[in-house]
Ligand binder design. Structure first.
Ligand code: ACO
Length: 399
């Protein structure tokens, strides 16, 4: 690989690389992907081993610190996150100012910016204690904000966190519990959600993580950087794809056009229609996360006794696409988002919460990358070049 910045200085040449397909913006020790072989490792550990054996917070520690925590380190980390779940009471008024129709991703990013205003003496990106405290606050409070965005959309009262519960169980209760009765966590749902969150925790220089790093490279604090990452994630070509997949499956089912006809429309690029949840910039093989999610989808639906026709539509779509030359030639396979929506729906989350769940999953990766970026002496403000193709100098007309 070339060090383009040195080459550019020496030769005066500029590389034009739409979508940064061939441009590395940084070195990183956090996540390894081999897109041809379908390999994903966090800090060297294969994703399937982490998804089977670990917890969300343990993997968060691993991503941020580079090693698995000892039992004491994990207990302390877990305890600190639990102690910071409460939101300032005044911040709850923020939710009242928004319509109940607000998209929860917009609520999430704006509430995070609002949250930073409560900690203005603790935002210095160069102060390790501030960064550590912000890391804990973000991990603790983002799920609470997310659950309140959900409750707000349903017109239901916000619950206070129950810090005797684990991270995931607390989140489930905040979303599905109510003031009138005790909430009993379903261990199958809890395990499945923990696993999905782990699968989403990092994915190296994807659009939202690159956004977090770019914003952070200006010296902006963690809240500002992660709020920007949430906005980048909201697009349907990125995290918003999980919501788009379920909408697509629903439309195929309701329209009665049939899966084969839909696939033909995709292949003919009619109205730019895509098979959402398929394809990936890096994976040119089956996304290793999609394999695990697919297993979980079957397990969760079986254990809840739900039979969702949308899962059948998804499986039929996958089967047809995997055997079709259009998808084979372009090496398009299901990505992590293809089956997640079916599981989230079975859990009871409304479609508009799906990308919010992705954001909670991705938060530790964003933090790990922001911290790596801010400690790297080679970090410079991110500032791409352009090739100007507009007008030459013109004279303003005399009128
Ligand atoms: N359905 C149909 N055709 C597709 C799809 C798809 N999902 N994805 C790519 N293609 C086609 C393109 O039209 C293009 O065809 P062409 O050679 O005839 O022009 C070819 O495959 C290459 O695609 P690109 O758009 O160049 O690939 P790129 O790497 O830029 O895009 C992306 C990757 C954005 C993920 C794309 O595959 C896509 O839009 N997928 C659907 C949305 C989605 O699921 N996003 C989630 C990504 S994973 C994540 O963020 C968690």
């Amino acid at each position: 690989s070339l060090d383009v910045s040195t080459l550019t200085k020496q030769t005066g040449l500029t590389a034009l690389d739409y979508g940064f397909v061939n441009t590395a913006a940084t070195k990183s020790r956090i996540t390894y992907i081999d897109g041809d072989q379908g390999i994903l490792r966090y800090r060297g550990y294969p994703i399937d081993q982490l998804a089977s054996n670990s917890t969300y917070l343990e993997v968060a520690w691993l991503l941020i610190h580079g090693e698995l925590p000892t039992a004491d380190e994990l207990a302390d980390f877990d305890e600190r996150v639990r102690r910071h779940t409460l939101l300032h009471e005044d911040l709850k008024h923020f939710f009242s100012a928004l319509p109940h129709t607000a998209h929860p991703m917009s609520v999430l990013s704006s509430a995070l910016s609002a949250l930073s205003t409560y900690y203005e003496n603790g935002l210095d990106p160069k102060d390790p204690e501030h960064v550590e405290m912000t890391t804990i606050r973000l991990l603790a409070k983002l799920p609470v904000i997310a659950a309140y965005a959900h409750k707000k959309s349903q017109g239901q009262a916000f619950l206070y966190p129950d810090n005797n519960l684990s991270f995931v169980d607390n989140f489930l209760r905040l979303n599905f519990g109510n003031m009138a009765e005790d909430y009993e966590v379903n261990p199958v749902l809890s395990k499945a959600l923990e696993r999905l969150l782990i699968l989403h925790e990092d994915h190296e220089q994807n659009a939202s993580t690159s956004t977090v790093r770019l914003v952070g490279s200006t010296g902006a604090n963690l809240y500002a950087s992660i709020s920007a990452g949430i906005n980048a994630l909201s697009g349907p070509l990125h995290g918003g794809a999980n919501e788009a997949v379920l909408e697509m499956l629903g439309q195929i089912q309701e329209s009665g056009e049939g899966v084969r006809r839909f696939v033909e429309r995709v292949k003919n690029k009619e109205d730019g229609v895509k098979l959402m949840g398929f394809g990936h910039r890096v994976y040119k093989n089956y996304d290793p996360r999609a394999r695990i999610v697919k297993e979980s989808a079957n397990a969760v639906l079986d254990s809840l006794g739900i039979s969702d026709p949308l899962l059948d539509v998804a499986q039929e779509l996958e089967q047809i696409a995997l055997e079709d030359d259009y998808f084979k030639e372009r090496r398009l396979y299901p990505n992590v988002d293809f089956y997640t929506g079916v599981i989230y729906k079975a859990m009871g989350f409304p479609t508009r919460m799906f990308t919010v769940l992705f954001a909670i999953g991705r938060l530790p990766g964003w933090i790990a990358h922001w911290r790596e970026m801010s400690l790297d002496p080679q970090t410079k403000i991110g500032r791409p070049q352009q090739l100007y193709i507009g007008e030459g100098e013109r004279q303003y007309p005399q009128r």
